[in-house]
Design a protein around this ligand. Structure first.
Ligand code: NI
Length: 269
């Protein structure tokens, strides 16, 4: 209907259209004028113009366009950037909190029993950087993952690892016997020394390192009860002073690099 009516529309506005043609395509106008079939040819030309427009691929057709894909990427990148910014902020805040607590306030003297049954104190490890993790042998996932990371970092550190004494301190003295921790630490790395003690000794060392642990609610009456506990790796200098802590988001690579740097900084003091 629209196209049928179009020629008459052109006839009534002949002047305007020929003006438009003169503007857009002088060649068409001149050939049309020469043939003396002005109206018909003009309408035909308009027809073709319309047709051509219809056949042309539309630039912004459909729900998925390059600009929408681009927009998605950009907004995705912004969101990702924002989240990692928040995470970094939170980590920095945690670091600041720990640092404001004071280096002297993390760590301290302890008396425990090692996995060979020998009584030990913090003085037995003087002269070595301590790499400490608190956990329990019944832990189903987190502790094995963290100890695996500890072991892999030690291997990656190569010669530097000779300066380090890795320690695993149990927060489950009721169940973690000397034999149990001896078997447990061997599963991860030959260098790791397992430490346990009386509940009072464990409570004291955990407090010194600001490590939290408590029976997971609802698991207390079961044989295989679980413990909630802080998941932190500590690096102490050879005099027993706090150097750095590492959360569970740390990778083996970042752990290795940072320990290397911490030791390098310490030795160049
Ligand atoms: Ni655990």
């Amino acid at each position: 209907m629209y196209f049928r009516r179009f020629p008459s529309l052109i006839q009534t506005s002949n002047f305007l259209i020929s003006k438009r043609f003169a503007w857009h395509s002088r060649n068409v106008v001149s050939s049309v004028t020469w043939r003396g079939k002005r109206n018909f040819s003009q309408s035909k030309t308009i027809f073709e113009e319309e047709k051509n427009q219809k056949n042309q691929p539309k630039k912004f057709a459909g729900p998925i366009t390059w600009s929408s894909v681009g927009l998605l990427f950009v907004s995705g990148a912004i969101a990702l950037g924002y989240f990692s910014y928040l995470k970094k902020k939170r980590d920095e805040q945690y670091q600041k909190t720990v640092e404001s607590v004071g280096k002297a306030n993390i760590g301290g003297p302890f008396e425990l029993i090692d996995h060979t049954g020998k009584k030990v104190t913090n003085d037995d490890y003087r002269g070595k950087f301590l790499f400490i993790y608190f956990g329990f042998t019944h832990c189903p996932d987190i502790c094995p993952i963290e100890l695996q990371k500890m072991a892999q970092a030690l291997n990656k550190l190569g010669k530097t690892a000779d300066l380090i004494q890795p320690l695993f301190i149990s927060v489950d003295p009721e169940r973690d016997t000397i034999e149990k921790i001896a078997k447990y630490v061997k599963e991860f790395h030959p260098k790791i020394i397992g430490l346990t003690g009386t509940p009072e000794q464990i409570s004291k060392v955990a407090k010194a390192y600001r490590v939290y642990y408590s029976v997971t609610p609802g698991t207390k009456d079961q044989d295989e009860y679980l413990l909630d506990h802080s998941i932190i790796l500590y690096l102490m200098d050879p005099e027993g002073n706090f150097l750095k802590f590492y959360g569970k988001n740390e990778t083996v690579d970042s752990l290795t690099k940072n320990i290397q740097q911490q030791i390098k900084n310490y030795l160049s003091r």
